[in-house]
Design a protein around this ligand. Structure first.
Ligand code: NAD
Ligand code: UD1
Length: 336
């Protein structure tokens, strides 16, 4: 039995679908602080079965302990966290409380019950400003905002737990930029308010919810001057979690592999790929650089292939087509 925290969210919902497809039993915990109960019903529609779902908070240690015992949990996939970089700068304590105190409560409950396997959602943001590309796992760690710091801190905490307990297994997956949606169009990314990230902004321009996209700078040292990122299809990312769980169930110790495609795509390249996939024009204008931004970032994904046997399969065109289907079928996300 796998406990998925934050499983009603964007990446968690896709991962539950892939875990169930791979034959795992799943129990999901979420407090809906950044998600909607409708996503649970959509997961059920895709998988054709009822999902074990518990509404609650990872900071509730007693609830966690009961849940781990009652469901005889073998391993935890831990997505639950707050993730808005700007908000984390304004409200650092909220972020540390949720992401650090929450993870500590979860780890303590796991220790009390004797559950010793965790797959954790880390991020390429732990590398800070890249000193060399592609980013390998040997690149120095140095996050530049409270959200990123919370990922670095949890990685350090998990490394210490692994040192103290030779039976513990922690896989910190350093995600690059997840985009796209399940091919059914039933689940996808549903940001509240104005999207912070590029892809949901593009899909909202395409569907007519936003007038135009601001391209943050065209004077970076990149192929066309616009920012370059390693976009990864969320379904590929979800499948990476299945591989990581299989690995964590068989090995002990700490591992922190990149999950990316190894390919960089510029903002303008992504706009053009999306225009091809959707048949819509994406109105855009060049705007100043976003404070704190980096020019380019992409992964060396070879560790995940070597150790986990995982490699991204889906390209930019599938990411755009699937993201567009989700946006068209659900113009207001999970809101009716
Ligand atoms: P999301 O906000 O869609 O999902 C997170 C889920 O966790 C939400 O459903 C939210 O309600 C839940 N949650 C938050 N705090 C909780 C708490 N205290 N108790 C119970 N549930 C709680 O985000 P996502 O994009 O699916 O990201 C999942 C994880 O991956 C996060 O840890 C995020 O930091 C990390 N990550 C995301 C990205 C990305 O670009 N989406 C990139 C790198 C890392
Ligand atoms: C963001 C997060 C980072 C997180 C990562 C993966 C911020 C500041 N950083 O970074 O912590 O790990 O997502 O989820 O939020 N862009 C535009 N116009 C827009 C939005 C973005 O031109 O309206 C550009 C950006 O300058 C960048 C690219 O698009 O070049 C991608 O931006 P975004 O989707 O926000 O991802 P990251 O910058 O990688």
């Amino acid at each position: 039995m796998i406990l998925v925290t934050g499983g009603a969210g964007y990446i968690g919902s896709h991962t539950i679908v892939e875990l169930i497809a791979a034959g795992h039993e799943v129990v999901c915990l979420d407090n809906f602080s950044n998600s909607n109960p409708e996503s649970v019903r959509r997961i059920e529609r895709i998988t054709g079965r009822k999902l074990n779902f518990v509404e609650g908070d990872i900071r509730d240690g007693a609830l966690l302990e009961r849940l781990l015992r009652e469901h005889a949990v073998d391993a935890v996939v831990h997505f639950a966290a707050l993730k808005a970089v700007g908000e984390s700068v304004e409200k650092p304590l909220l972020y540390y409380e949720n992401n650090i105190t929450g993870t500590l409560a979860l780890l303590s409950a796991m220790q009390r019950v004797g559950v010793s396997r965790m797959v954790f959602s880390s991020s390429a943001t732990v590398y800070g400003t890249p000193q060399a590309l592609p980013l390998t796992e040997a690149h120095p760690i140095g996050a530049v905002n409270p959200y990123g710091q919370s990922k670095v801190m949890v990685e350090y905490i998990l490394a210490d737990v692994c040192k103290a307990d030779p039976n513990f297994s922690a896989i910190c997956l350093r995600y690059f930029n997840p985009i796209g949606a399940h091919e059914s169009g039933l689940i996808g990314e549903a940001p509240t308010g104005i999207p912070n990230n590029l892809f949901p902004f593009i899909t909202q321009v395409a569907v007519g919810k936003r007038a135009e996209l601001a391209v943050f700078g065209n004077d970076w040292d990149t192929v066309d001057g616009t920012g370059v990122r390693d976009y990864i299809h969320v379904v590929d990312l979800a499948r990476g979690h299945v591989k990581a769980i299989d690995y964590a169930l068989k090995h002990t110790g700490m591992l922190a592999p990149n999950l990316g495609t190894g390919r960089g795509t510029s903002v303008l390249e992504l706009i053009h790929a999306f225009e091809r996939a959707s048949g819509r024009k994406i109105a855009h204008r060049i705007a100043p650089r976003r404070p704190g931004d980096i020019g380019a970032c992409w992964a060396d994904p070879s560790m995940a292939e070597r150790v986990l046997g995982w490699k991204a399969q889906l390209g930019i065109d599938a990411m755009c087509a699937d993201g567009w289907r989700w946006q068209q079928m659900n113009p207001n996300g999970y809101e009716a």
